[in-house]
Ligand binder design. Structure first.
Ligand code: ADP
Length: 939
């Protein structure tokens, strides 16, 4: 099949027609030859037989007359005949009488009454009887026998002739060669004719195929020279049609390819640009990383050193004689400095862990004491204030050993962060820390800590981000608590370093459960087996949580306790129980009055002579009451430290007996520093101060900031009123007409922007200058500040001079911030031009402007990069693009400077280009700056 496929069409067609011709000619030649051979044979035999038959009549006569001469003549006559080689004459007795010619070759012929013949490939032999008619002889003598005797002739001898077939064979050959000749001539003619026919049949097809080939090679004009017979006219027109379509199609493809090539070229350009941008970004990232490491390496020294000095001097100053106001300042400075130190430590820890430089310092630690200490520190660190009703409960499983080997600093840090967060985000209920053993072996001890709070909880969708650096669940400007967002990240890394992991589960509004495990080593330090405290105690504890907690602990140390939850019950039990050794009173400092507490303690100690231990939350007047200190065996602050409670119970003091006078003398308590700000009368204002008499409302949720504002402004004759929240500011503004308001942005419940919007709705505050005090003056925030109705903003930390300058500016100039902003925008941006290019469509104009704006930063970097690399072509390319972009977006100043730079680069290349380039980059910065201030018309 494959072979057939490779045969050309011409050959196939030729053989298709020729093969039947050939077969027919062979059959015809064969048939003719056979029939002719047969005729030759027959004629040959008939000739011989006829000659013999004729001679038998003459021979009969010669025989009957025994005429030998005649016989010989007859025989010679026969011999003269073509082909006859041998002639024999036999008598009636079948004896050879005469023989002429060659010796006979055939002796098989029988002597019969009829002619007989035989042959082999070379000879033909025939024998004929020589009969003489007897009747004729009889007739001569007896006429009656004539008839009968006439029908029975007598054989008087036989004439046998042998003829050679040579001549007939020769004539057969001759005929055969003639036939073959004819056959070949016929076939030659047929082949010739067929070749002509096939080529005349195939020529158009070949031409068509050739044309199609040319078309496929792209020679679409090939159909024009195609001359074919008329019957092919449709094919020709179809080919013309296909060819012209292909030509059009190719033109289309070519133009598409051109377009695609152009696109690719452009993409390559932009890729090149992008790669240059990436290169720049990479360089910047590496550089900033290096700077970060360098900065962090120095930060400890650079920040801690002055902070240490500050802390030191604060401590010295705190010991000095200070008035109330000065003490308040000192305490707040001390508090702020401690906070700052914590933040710096957090950042340093974070970077140390990041760099893998944090190593653990293992030593023997009392794990219970650490948890207690953390609770103690946190509860005294202003986290638990008067408004919080929190039970802070550490719960240890009894099998948790007191001493283990671990890093006390890092464990304390983890606990401080988790328990600190729990206290921070819980307003009522409890913060419990459950500690238990997970795994224990001779060489290691796996402890599990659970910090369970009943606080605000964390929404499920925020849980994943908790352990990411700088993440806060509440990112709003109204969030209540500050923080770096690094605490949990550091915690996680520390815990990991201590062989454990942190998990959290939380329900929004219900509370959170932070769990972590750490692997510690068992300590060889002797676990002190303490004597049981075999004392009978009456414990007044109103909180169920604390009751359970105390019950477990006191039972564990061997004390026998009776618990009461109300004072009445306590008094009743005091009267009914006889075998008491001591009384423990947990006094809620906010529900019980000091006098009542004193009375109760006096009752217990004086009446029943029982030692009394007071437990109370800090801060409370109890701690300042000297009478209580005298009466009580111990005053302990909650959260209770196991250690201290243990010690107090073991060293119970017999109560002192006091006289009535002493007991009910007026107790002078040293009041604790109030958290409310009490500003004392400040120095009288300078008469000459231009700001004298201006009334300012300062709004901030941080006392220190407010304090500072008052401290700065009042000496200049300004009257400063302070508001701690947006709500309070509105209330105060309704009462008093202020000349200027200083407004913090980030405040709990109502932020500065919302407060401003509400103030603007008050008829007498429509035009009052409101100056924002903000921590981050980001572009987006500036815009929000302006749109909320504020006139200006100052970035924290605010400098005293700038603050006074701003107040002077706003209180004396009547230009609004928006006016100033509008002026600034006008100088750089032509909104009418931008709109006219976009056919007045503000949305389109803004989109086009934003597109330009979004590329500005990257383009600026790219331009500086090309400038550094001294790549003129690329530099011109980017500047040219920006020039074009700025023309169509109304960025007039940028467009002007881009034009200058482009011309300069083209004419003078890099000669003295620095100044022009600087103007150009400045105009980019300026445009980015004013972009948020542009007032696009609403459609
Ligand atoms: P920070 O040091 O600023 O407190 P953290 O990493 O410790 O940062 O905490 C990140 C955020 O996780 C907090 O701002 C708070 O929103 C949330 N968070 C942490 N602990 C609790 C908790 N116990 N209850 C509610 N929210 C919490």
């Amino acid at each position: 099949m494959l072979a057939l496929n490779s045969v050309s069409l011409r050959s196939k067609l030729f053989f298709a027609i020729y093969t039947p011709c050939l077969i027919l000619s062979i059959i015809a030649s064969f048939a003719f030859t056979l029939s002719r051979f047969d005729t030759i044979d027959r004629n040959f035999k008939e000739g011989v037989e006829k000659s013999v038959s004729q001679m038998t009549v003459s021979a009969e006569h010669a025989l009957s007359h025994s005429d030998k001469g005649m016989l010989n003549d007859i025989l010679r006559t026969l011999l003269k005949h073509d082909h006859i080689n041998t002639v024999q004459l036999y008598n009636a007795e079948e004896k050879l009488i005469t023989e002429l010619g060659k010796t006979s070759e055939v002796n098989t012929l029988p002597f019969t009454n009829a002619n007989e013949s035989d042959e082999n490939p070379h000879f033909f032999a025939t024998i004929a009887p020589i009969k003489h008619p007897v009747t004729r002889l009889e007739h001569q003598s007896n006429t009656n026998f004539i008839t009968s005797s006439y029908s029975v002739p007598q054989v008087s001898g036989w004439l046998k002739v042998e003829a050679s077939k040579e001549a007939s064979i020769v004539s057969k050959y001759r005929y055969l060669s003639a036939t073959l000749g004819t056959f070949f001539i016929f076939n030659l003619l047929a082949i010739f004719a067929l070749l002509n026919v096939t080529s005349s049949l195939l020529r158009p097809i070949e031409k068509i195929s050739d044309t199609v080939n040319k078309i496929t090679q792209g020679h679409f004009g090939a159909t024009k020279g195609l001359n074919l017979p008329t019957q092919y006219s449709t094919v020709v027109s179809d080919l013309n049609d296909i060819s012209s379509r292909l030509e059009n199609h190719r033109a289309e493809i070519l133009s598409n390819v051109d377009q695609a090539t152009e696109d690719i070229r452009r993409n390559m350009d932009s890729l090149e640009e992008k790669s240059a941008q990436l290169h720049i970004a990479n360089k910047e990232a590496t550089e900033s990383n290096r700077l970060k490491s360098q900065f962090l390496a120095n930060i400890s020294h650079e920040i801690r050193t002055p902070l240490n000095a500050i802390m030191g001097y604060i401590q010295i100053l705190q010991k000095d004689q200070l008035d109330k106001q000065q003490r308040l300042y000192m305490d707040t400075i001390a508090q702020s400095t401690t906070n700052l130190l914590t933040i710096i430590s957090d950042i340093l820890d974070f970077s140390k862990i990041e760099a893998g430089k944090l190593s653990l310092d293992l030593t023997d630690i009392n794990i219970r004491d650490i948890v207690d200490e953390v609770y103690q520190i946190l509860s005294s660190a202003n986290l638990v204030n008067a408004s919080k009703e929190l039970d802070l409960i550490p719960e240890f499983d009894l099998d948790v050993p007191t001493w283990v080997i671990g890093d006390p600093v890092r464990i304390r840090q983890v606990l401080t962060n988790l328990i600190g967060n729990a206290i921070k985000f819980t307003h009522e209920g409890s913060v419990r820390t459950k500690v238990k053993i997970l795994e224990k072996s001779n060489s290691s001890l796996k402890l599990s800590f659970q910090i369970i709070d009943t606080g605000v909880g964390i929404p499920e969708n925020k849980l994943d981000n908790l352990f990411k650096p700088f993440s806060q669940v509440d990112t709003s400007t109204t969030r209540k608590f500050g923080g770096t967002g690094l605490g949990l990240v550091i915690t996680k890394k520390l815990v990991k370093q201590m062989g454990g992991n942190v998990e959290v589960s939380s329900e929004h509004g219900i509370g959170s459960n932070f769990r972590f495990t750490i692997v510690l080593k068992p300590s060889q330090k002797e676990q002190k087996v303490e004597e049981p405290i075999s004392k009978s105690l009456l414990v007044f504890e109103p909180s169920l949580n604390y009751r359970n907690y105390l019950k477990t602990y006191l039972n564990h140390v061997g004390a026998n306790c009776t618990f009461t939850s109300s004072l009445e019950q306590t008094v009743t039990l005091l009267n009914s129980q006889t075998s008491l050794d001591a009384v423990l009173l947990n006094i809620d400092s906010h529900t019980e009055k000091l006098e009542e507490i004193q009375e109760l303690v006096a009752y217990i100690t004086q009446q029943f002579r029982l030692p009394c231990i007071l437990l109370t939350k800090r801060p409370h007047d109890i701690s300042k009451s000297s009478i209580l200190h005298t009466l009580c065996s111990e005053i302990l602050m909650t959260p209770i430290s196991h250690n201290r409670l243990n010690k107090s119970l073991r060293s119970l003091e017999e109560p002192k007996l006091l006289s009535e006078d002493r007991l009910y003398a007026d107790e002078t308590t040293t009041p604790e520093l109030t958290t409310e700000l009490e500003l004392e009368a400040v120095e009288p204002p300078e008469e000459t101060s231009p700001l004298s008499g201006i009334q300012i409302l300062a709004v901030d949720d941080t006392q220190i900031n407010l304090q500072l504002l008052g401290h700065w402004l009042e000496p200049h004759g300004l009257q400063v009123d302070l508001a701690y929240s947006g709500k309070q500011a509105i209330e105060m503004a309704k009462e008093t007409q202020y000349d200027l308001i200083l407004m913090d942005i980030q405040m709990p419940e109502m932020d500065g922007m919302e407060a401003t919007q509400r103030l603007r709705k008050l008829t007498n505050y429509v035009h009052t200058p409101i100056v924002a005090l903000t921590a981050h003056a980001l572009g987006s925030e500036q815009k929000q500040i302006v749109s909320s109705g504020m006139n200006a903003y100052l970035t924290k930390p605010v400098n005293e001079d700038i603050l006074l300058e701003t107040i002077t500016q706003w209180c004396q100039s009547k230009k609004s911030y928006q006016d100033l902003a509008d002026e600034k925008v006008l100088a750089l941006f032509d909104i009418d031009k931008a709109l006219s290019i976009a056919n007045g469509k503000s949305v389109i104009a803004k989109d086009m402007f934003d597109m330009l704006l979004n590329t500005l930063e990257a383009d600026k970097k790219l331009i500086l990069h090309h400038f550094e690399e001294k790549d003129l072509a690329k530099l011109i390319h980017v500047v040219h693009r920006l020039h074009g972009g700025s023309k169509y977006t109304g960025a007039i100043e940028l467009s002007k400077h881009a034009g200058f730079l482009e011309t300069h680069l083209k004419e003078l290349q890099f000669d003295d280009v620095e100044g022009v380039l600087e103007d150009f980059t400045d105009s980019i910065d300026a445009l980015i700056d004013i972009a948020p201030l542009i007032k696009w018309p609403q459609e």
